[in-house]
Design a protein around this ligand. Structure first.
Ligand SMILES: [Zn+2]
Ligand SMILES: [Zn+2]
Length: 83
């Protein structure tokens, strides 16, 4: 079974049910309101932010940075991996 990842923070899990039951520190609604959300793309050697084009070798690395083009504002929104 392939690994699944959270598109907001890069948390890795072996199944979707356990992934989406956990709180996500990078969720746009806040840590205690939002769960991890499944990244529906495939595993890649490089991930690109769909909002600004920033690249990183992991979703965790990509989503740890603030995105200047995020609709929530550059200090609130993280990079979002394109599928
Ligand atoms: Zn998450
Ligand atoms: Zn970005």
């Amino acid at each position: 079974m392939p690994n699944c990842y959270c598109e907001n923070c890069g948390t890795k899990s072996s199944n979707i049910a356990s992934l989406t039951s956990g709180n996500c520190k990078n969720h746009p609604n806040g840590t205690f309101k939002g769960k991890h959300q499944l990244y529906e793309g495939s595993e890649k050697s490089q991930y690109i932010c769909k909002l600004c084009g920033t690249k990183n070798s992991s979703i965790t690395g990509l989503t740890s940075g603030n995105c200047k083009n995020h609709p929530n504002g550059s200090l609130k929104g993280k990079h979002k991996p394109a599928l």
